[in-house]
Design a protein around this ligand. Structure first.
Ligand SMILES: *Cc1c(COP(=O)(O)O)cnc(C)c1O
Length: 405
């Protein structure tokens, strides 16, 4: 897989001039292209895609996503409310919970969205409150190890996520006691899964359980499709995934009736590559160990390199023909916030603009006001039109919730 840049240096430089830096820039047309790749690969299968919106929740992005016909998967009740605010219909919203208070489940039911419950405790409370009056999904833990690293693996046998499949007898006892209508079985084994057989393994685990539930309509296989962060990196082969999922379901007709619809919850896949993060070079510092490029941002704005040791491709768009040299790209936060060590960039000068790729997913969303710095602005480009979709913080934002002195 090659890394593509689908906004030009000129477009990005103009955006930096207009809105300042650091700034996140999202290309909505790339989101559309990703979604179309999914729907094309799965054409002819009963499949629905719910965008896992914790990757990027700006309501302008959510509105774009549901206008394409995709559903929205939420990780908190506030994400559910953002999806509704953006105009999504409750039937197109899914709340896959993890470790939440029962109040949020009750609220989600009142809002009329799909809900996946992830603990026996909340399932019991759900049964006691709603009985068979509202169908519900179960988030199960398949005890499969998958994902790019342990921090983003969620389905293994020490993971907090989901009801362990080995507790299915306790699930069935509650279902019987309260007459609960279980309409969906869900698993999400982790992020950055490049081996499609992991999904097939998950399906195999679920097929053992499917016959135990009388009201099933959906099998939800979660998200975790891998995209390329580096040139040549292996990604999830969506066509192979579609073929294998299709074959697995063809071999396992639902014993209790209608064909099961397959759901997916892609987050990173939908928005990672649409996004760019633009920062300016504040200072250059020559030392024996490295030439430091100090930029006007830090892990307060893009934490993935420090939190997950993630690689983000960086390009100097102000000097594309400059002689390549080795640099350490670091932030301006009072912490060690190294974006890249020993990285070859076209010669960097103070004031240059550095462009980070793959900044659409878990970029702005994981940002903070650490060091009392402002959160960056967000800009969306769609059909060539540039729109500011979140202004940069101002000093008032830092004081917004502070009681007056
Ligand atoms: C985070 C999450 C996803 C999306 O994961 P990606 O790796 O971004 O595709 C999907 N489903 C659930 C339940 C999640 O928590």
């Amino acid at each position: 897989m090659s890394l593509e840049q689908h906004l030009s240096n000129e477009q990005l430089t103009a955006i930096a001039a207009e809105y300042g830096t650091p700034v996140y820039v999202y290309n909505a047309d790339k989101i559309t292209a990703q979604y179309q790749q999914l729907t094309t690969a799965f054409a002819g299968q009963q499949v629905r895609f719910f965008y896992a919106c914790k990757a990027l929740t700006n309501p302008h992005i959510l509105r774009h996503v549901h206008s394409m016909g995709a559903g929205i998967d939420c990780s908190s009740i506030n994400e559910v409310k953002l999806a509704l605010y953006a105009g999504a219909q409750p039937g197109n919203i899914l709340y896959t919970s993890n470790g939440i208070a029962f109040d949020e489940i009750a609220e989600a039911v009142n809002l009329g969205v799909h809900v996946n419950i992830d603990s026996l405790s909340n399932l019991e409370k759900f049964g006691a409150r709603f009985g068979n009056s509202y169908p519900v999904g179960l988030r199960l833990r398949p005890n499969i190890m998958a994902g790019g690293n342990l921090k983003i693996s969620t389905g293994h046998d020490k993971s907090k996520f989901g009801i362990p499949v080995d507790q299915v007898q306790q699930v069935l006892a509650l279902v019987q006691q309260y007459n609960i209508r279980v309409n969906c079985l869900h698993i999400h084994t982790g992020s950055e899964i490049k081996d499609v057989d992991i999904f097939v393994q998950g399906i195999e685990v679920l097929f053992d359980i499917v016959p135990m539930f009388q009201h099933l309509q959906y099998i939800d296989l979660g998200g975790g499709f891998k995209v390329a962060y580096r040139k040549g990196e292996q990604v999830t082969d969506i066509n192979e995934l579609a073929a294998k999922v299709g074959a697995a379901f063809a071999n396992h007709p639902n014993p209790n009736g209608q064909p099961l619809e397959v759901w997916f919850e892609p987050g990173k896949y939908m928005v990672s590559e649409c996004g760019y993060f633009l920062a300016s070079v504040n200072v250059l510092k020559e030392t024996a160990a490295a030439t430091f490029v100090g930029i006007n941002t830090g892990f307060n704005h893009l934490i993935r390199p420090m939190f997950y040791d993630s690689y983000h491709y960086i390009k100097n768009i102000s000097n594309p023909d400059g002689e390549p040299k080795q640099y350490a790209v670091v932030g301006n936060i009072c912490e060690t916030d190294t974006f890249a060590w020993d990285r070859k960039l076209n010669e960097v000068r103070e004031g240059d603009l550095l462009l980070f790729y793959n900044a659409g997913a878990y970029g702005f969303e994981m940002s903070s006001n650490f060091n009392s710095r402002y959160k960056p602005a967000e800009v969306m480009v769609k059909d060539g039109a540039v729109t500011l979709i979140r202004r940069r913080d101002t000093f008032e934002d830092l004081l917004r919730n502070v009681e007056p002195l």
